[in-house]
Design a binder for this molecule. Sequence first.
Ligand code: FES
Ligand code: FE2
Length: 382
Amino acid sequence: MLSLDNRAELDDLLDDIRDYRSDHPPALSLPPSAYTSPELWQLERERIFSRSWMLVAHVDQIAETGDYVAVSIAGERIVVVRGDDGELRAISPICRHRLMPLVEMGAGRIDSLTCEYHLWRYGLDGRLRGAPHMAGNKDFNASDCRLPQVAVATWNGLVWVNLDRDAEPIGAHLDLAHHEFVNYRLADMVQVESWSDEWNVNWKLVSENGHENYHVLGLHRKSLEPFVPGGGDLDIREYSPWALRLSVPFATPLEAMSLRLNDAQKANLSVLWTFPSSALVAAGERVAWFGFIPLAIDRVQVLGGVLTTPELAADSGATAQTAQFTTEMVNTEDRLGLEAVQRGTSSRFAERGHLSPKEQPGLLAFYRNLARALVGDQQGGR
Ligand code: FES
Ligand SMILES: [Fe+2]
């Protein structure tokens, strides 16, 4: 139960968040408590992460039978695994016997899901295959015993999961932006680099950061500023809350040898954001994907990879060039910057900040989606 004080504080916070839905939203950042309130985090778990699509992998990582990626979405473990029948399934890897998790977070290849506690063994489809010494329990029916499944979808090689089995397909939303991304030939691209990291930061700071290029002026002044200047004007198009395209001009248009990009695609970095915390970043012949998966109120797992065309991947010089784009340096700059901001949010002097016109379009779009998810379309909430 929430104490009265905490309930009143949460209500105040939700009132402030609801204001972003107005036609004249405040050009202000979220209240600092939005990043530290355990009550808001509980609400986000219920209203956002229990029913949103999260980007967790590229199909290259789970191409063969038994390949898996295991994540924890706001505390709920899910393993995405390729079955013997070639199907991808997203399974709850919590043993049906006495609740032991069957895999640790991470990735690899398995031939079954075997519980270390009492050795119950499940197939890659989640069905129980073996349970020692259970024949004497007349109420137990092994053939009915199966690990629960949640929704999984693949869109142009990107693998998404949703804890809500009845969620609307994510592909229908992403397809709304198809014409803007079709020239990148995403479905043909191969993954040449990937990462999994953990950042000590609230997930909303990470999503905000990804909705603006203004921070390139500071955090990425050496790495990205010469290529995608932080003073560039952001253009946004909202196809749906789950398909928001942001673009920012490159300092110099890119040449693309293996893709037929139009002038706008050569001249701009294009980002496709999916609320709450997934993104595709297209820069010429390279596309990076990011899945920011909250582990706790102040911790995020950062999954991602760099994709490129098969032609470029086969070119031996390409790996070195790939390293210039995003990857370690930029990710580290973002991590260090955002972890510092997270510490700032708990200062007793912390207040809401005024937003620059350079960052307003993206941040206000994110806040609007946040408000929609947390307090619904109506003023009275859902
Ligand atoms: S908890 Fe898994 S076999 Fe007992
Ligand atoms: Fe950044």
